[in-house]
Ligand binder design. Structure first.
Ligand SMILES: [Zn+2]
Ligand SMILES: [Zn+2]
Length: 497
């Protein structure tokens, strides 16, 4: 550790990591640049916005068998919201980033290459990247999942590069099966390559986190607990989950609110529209396989031929987010997929994911015609996506592409009787259409068992790079094992109905 005096206030500023080039004085907020011989004052760093993150500088954890401490943080804002990157220093001197986006955590480490110098790694140019397109990176095709430009809005602690007012982060995420990598073009047209993995704070056995009460004291609300915020425009109470849902659309007046931080900001005034009564009430709760779920948002979407359907966003404390989708043909439950196809190209006749083959059904353009409630992304009426659907038995995959990102989700049918059993009086749907009622090929929890198997498998292969050489391995991930578990829950529930 190196200790220097803050050029502005004289307080001690610590550099724990050799890789750190600057640190923010915790007393006066001055950015201190650590040069070879001298210490430079870079001016004041904007202080980070209060948020609901349980992580703080000084917290510690374990990845594989390696101990780390949180030594720095940058906070970033982009078109879809805000997130934190926490700078981790391992006991062996290595460093990584812990991404923290409203309760979704990822660890990324710089890929140093297996004897390959960065100049030999073939990567595309940032300006040419398009979500959904496939790019050859280091000899294998990767699908661009998200391309984003973000502004650094604040920093804390020590950091491995010079960052301050006007610092722009240009990054793109790529997927290939269960692998994910990030290319960071912020400092040069030749990006730094990071390999990543999704993690939970439990799996990192983190200590010295801010507890629920500490977050409540500073942010005035409990993170992840259903709360209500008064609409700044009309005063109606809008139910949401602080720290988990970031965009609110007032159900009464359609005003759009950014609720990523405790200072709720109006994004756009609403226009009053008369929406049809939803089939499931916003705020409706259900106990599904011993877990409590709440309906927190709903949106109507329309395809290019004018067919409309409704999607209800549902949240469970352990299961996270899932969807109930109501169409003219009946209901289905959907979750975002953690694993993507290894090979994909737009218009492809079939895709293989997790050892199953799905055949192409159709593709169409769609846009959002109405939204109300709380969401974990910045939804807006008029949002356009291109959707491709694939099918195997009763399981469907939907691949949705917008200008910024591509997502994959998996869905399975849910019977109306089942929804009635879950939601009771809060469900206003009609009887099950005959064609789905007669069609029950599923027996005895076999889907859930299969899902459990997949989760176990993912955790096992995930542990191998964790236990060997994290930063030198093409690292693969196990994003939210629950995302796989939940659609299986939908399927099994159908069997029993
Ligand atoms: Zn100072
Ligand atoms: Zn309102």
């Amino acid at each position: 550790m190196q200790i220097v005096s803050c050029p502005s206030c004289g307080a001690e500023v610590k550099f724990r990591s050799h890789a750190s080039v600057m640190a923010v004085c915790e007393f006066c907020g001055t950015s201190v640049l650590k040069d070879a011989d001298s210490v430079k004052d870079l001016g004041k760093m904007s202080s980070v916005l209060e948020d609901y993150s349980p992580i703080q500088i000084g917290a510690s954890g374990v990845l594989g068998k390696r101990q780390f401490n949180v030594v720095g943080r940058i906070q970033l804002r982009y078109s879809a919201g805000m997130w934190n990157e926490w700078y981790l220093l391992f006991d062996d001197g290595a460093t990584s980033w812990l991404g923290d986006s409203s309760g979704i955590y990822t660890i990324t480490a710089e890929y140093k290459g297996n004897g390959i110098t960065p100049h030999e790694i073939n990567v595309p140019e940032f300006e040419r990247l398009r979500p959904g397109a496939s790019y050859g990176i280091n000899g294998a095709p990767y699908i661009a999942a998200e391309v984003r430009v973000a502004d650094c809005i604040g920093g804390q602690g020590e950091l491995p590069f010079k960052v301050g007012e006007g610092y722009q982060s240009k990054v793109a995420d790529f997927r290939r099966g269960a692998e994910f990598i990030t290319l960071d073009y912020s400092d040069s047209p030749r990006p730094v390559i990071y390999t990543g993995a999704a993690v939970t704070l439990d799996s990192l056995r983190m200590q010295l986190l801010r507890d629920d009460d500490a977050i409540q004291r500073s942010a005035r609300r409990y993170r992840g607990k259903l709360d209500a915020l008064d609409c700044p425009s009309c005063g109606s109470a809008i139910k949401y989950l602080p720290g988990v849902t970031t965009t609110l659309v007032c159900p009464a007046c359609q005003t759009k609110i950014d609720a990523a931080s405790p200072e709720a900001i109006v994004l756009a005034a609403g226009e009053r529209v008369t929406a049809a009564r939803p089939t499931i009430d916003l705020g409706a709760t259900a106990n599904i396989n011993k877990q409590d779920f709440t309906i927190i948002g709903m949106m109507r979407r329309m395809d290019d031929e004018g067919t409309e359907w409704t999607e209800y966003l549902m949240y469970g404390a352990r299961a996270g987010f899932s969807w109930l989708v109501e169409t003219d043909e009946g209901w289905s439950g959907a979750t975002v997929m953690s694993e993507w196809p290894v090979v994909y190209a737009p218009g492809q006749q079939s895709v293989a994911v997790e050892n199953a083959q799905y055949e192409r059904l159709y593709d169409y353009g769609s846009h959002v015609t109405f939204a109300a409630g709380a969401f974990n992304w910045r939804v807006a009426v008029g949002d356009r996506t291109h959707v491709e659907e694939f099918q195997a038995g009763q399981i469907r995959l939907a691949c949705e592409t917008s200008d910024q990102e591509m997502t994959w989700s998996r869905s399975a049918p849910v019977a109306v009787d089942q929804l009635k059993a879950w939601f009771g009086e809060q469900f206003h749907g009609r009887a099950t259409p005959a064609k789905t009622a007669d069609n029950k090929p599923f027996v005895n929890n076999r889907y859930r068992n299969a899902a459990k198997y997949i989760i176990g498998f993912m955790l096992v292969i995930n542990a191998i790079p964790l236990l060997t050489n994290f930063s030198g391995t093409w690292f693969m991930n196990a994003i939210g094992a629950l995302a796989i578990y939940l659609p299986a829950t939908f399927l099994d529930s159908n069997d029993k109905s």
